[in-house]
Design a protein around this ligand. Structure first.
Ligand SMILES: CC(=O)SCCNC(=O)CCNC(=O)[C@H](O)C(C)(C)COP(=O)(O)OP(=O)(O)OC[C@H]1O[C@@H](n2cnc3c(N)ncnc32)[C@H](O)[C@@H]1OP(=O)(O)O
Length: 398
């Protein structure tokens, strides 16, 4: 690294970052597509590693708010990570992660989050995979009968420009109920959730938005595909009640000239596999790791999240990269104080991050031997304190 320098990538070099991403992710951006991709590096803190004037590594981090149990936390959302094939495995990524950590501390953001291109990369930097998602398919060649009575109120279609105002509040309520979501602003809705063209499939229609107004409310964002087999591709669906949710699934299942609904990302505890009267109509096709999080300021993050029990216990936290997190902490609802008391549990910051949203069991991690119980039952007690009514879920790729 001694011949290399880390410095910010100037705003004039947004296209250079896009080209760099094409190089490391094996993509190609057409001339008329640059404008579509500039928005994300533009709103980011752009970390570059340079050999003279040559960009050899890059990382972008942008401020977002992440829903955690009982709170919304300031978060550095990390993306656009890459190192030239000529400069790999010389510590370039490690140096950029250190800069990102320092920036997040300076900006008072207690957590960082990312989607990993490969699971093997980010554990070493203290990131743990904190939620999972499923992909599913519904056979709608015959009527989809539901066990939940759909809300009878009418649905309407709205324009994408109205999304932030009309369905934004419904989404905000959803992520306050369920950890793992990101607070979406108007640009995020338009560019990330509702781009007029789908990044991966040119044959898909513009995004359509069906809304049930009022309180309770709900919405479904979807695209359709008519060549070959008519398919509804669900992008996002949130509802305040199971009855509104049922009305939205019924609507999606009845769209003319289609005979299946595909959803690539749904929560692992999604209702639809159980809501369908005939479970054979709904097939879960995949399950995969979604968001990885890093507790940048572990005590602040632990104080902020809600507890589901009145318990109190001591953890011995190991964090080789951020020493301020290191040490013995007494945890209780709203509390995380340094202590000299003997620990009930010893764990690494990576395991704590994985368990933090309530989606990964510390008891399971103790059985694996990666978390050590000094007091029998301590992992189960912390699981109970961290437990959440709805599984964590993230439906914002970046
Ligand atoms: C949030 C996102 O944007 S995810 C996208 C990540 N980017 C990509 O996948 C694009 C293609 N890959 C790359 O650009 C690079 O290989 C990177 C960014 C993954 C790694 O960059 P490097 O500068 O080579 O990483 P660095 O040298 O700092 O490696 C640090 C450690 O991680 C390990 N490591 C790095 N990448 C990988 C990997 N893909 N799989 C397994 N181990 C890895 C290294 O072996 C090294 O281990 P060590 O500390 O035990 O020696």
């Amino acid at each position: 690294m001694s011949d290399l320098e880390i410095r910010p990538v100037p705003e004039a070099d947004l296209d250079r970052m896009i080209n760099f991403a094409d190089l490391v992710f094996h993509g190609r951006t057409a001339d008329d597509e640059y404008e579509r991709y500039r928005w994300l590096p533009r709103r980011s803190e752009r970390i570059g590693t340079y050999a003279g004037d040559t960009l050899v590594g890059q990382l972008a981090a942008f401020p977002m708010r992440l829903s955690v149990p009982g709170a919304l936390l300031d978060c550095s959302a990390v993306t656009y990570v890459g190192v030239l094939p000529t400069h790999r495995r010389r510590g370039v990524l490690t140096s950029m992660m250190e800069r990102m950590h320092a920036d997040a501390i300076a900006a008072n953001r207690p957590v960082a989050a990312l989607w990993a291109s490969q699971s093997a990369i980010y554990g070493r930097y203290g990131f743990g995979n904190a939620d999972r998602a499923i992909g599913l398919e519904i056979d709608t060649s015959r009527p989809l009968k539901l066990r939940t009575e759909p809300d009878p109120r009418p649905l309407r279609l709205i324009d994408r420009e109205a999304a932030a105002e009309v369905i934004g509040p419904i989404h905000t309520r959803a992520i306050e109920r369920r950890p793992g979501g990101l607070v979406r602003d108007a640009e995020w809705w338009l560019q990330n959730v509702l781009p007029s063209e789908d990044e991966e499939d040119d044959d898909l229609s513009e995004p359509r938005i069906a809304v049930m107004d009022g309180d309770p409310g709900g919405y479904a964002v979807y695209r359709t595909h008519h060549s070959g087999r008519g398919t509804v591709h669900l992008v996002d669906l949130e509802a305040d009640t199971p009855q509104v949710e049922a009305a939205l699934w019924r609507y999606l299942s009845e769209i003319d000239l289609t005979d299946r609904v595909k959803a690539d990302s749904r929560p692992v505890d999604d209702l639809i596999p159980y809501m369908a009267a005939d479970p054979d109509q709904v097939t879960v096709k995949s399950e995969y790791g979604a968001l990885w999080i890093r507790l940048i300021d572990a005590p602040a993050a632990l104080r902020a999240r809600s507890w589901a029990s009145a318990d109190s216990l001591v953890i011995d936290l190991h964090d080789a990269r951020l020493p301020a997190n290191q040490g013995r902490w007494r945890l209780a609802a709203g509390a995380c104080e340094q202590t000299g008391d003997a620990p009930d549990l010893t764990l690494n910051t990576t395991e704590l991050a994985a368990a933090y949203l309530g989606g990964v069991s510390l008891r399971m991690l103790a059985r694996l031997g990666v978390v050590t119980e000094h007091t029998p039952g301590a992992a189960e007690r912390l699981d109970r304190a961290f437990s959440v009514p709805l599984a964590p879920y993230t439906n914002d790729g970046f």
